[in-house]
Design a protein around this ligand. Structure first.
Ligand SMILES: [Zn+2]
Length: 58
């Protein structure tokens, strides 16, 4: 456990939890190990997934 990670989160430097990512078709999803928010990986790398799962529109 990294006790400093929540501090990094305050500055927008989120880090996904290793080993907990899973593929979702064309993208990978995981959680931030500091604040537990959902993250998504796309062409720009890992960042917070601002669109909650289950509410995506086709
Ligand atoms: Zn975070």
């Amino acid at each position: 456990m990294n006790l400093l990670q929540p501090v990094y989160c305050l500055f927008g430097k989120h880090h996904r939890s290793r080993g907990r990512a899973w593929g979702d078709g064309s993208v990978y999803r995981s959680w931030c190990k500091g604040c537990g928010k959902p993250m998504i990986r796309d062409l720009h790398g890992w960042h917070l997934d601002l669109q909650p799962p289950g509410e995506k529109k086709p």
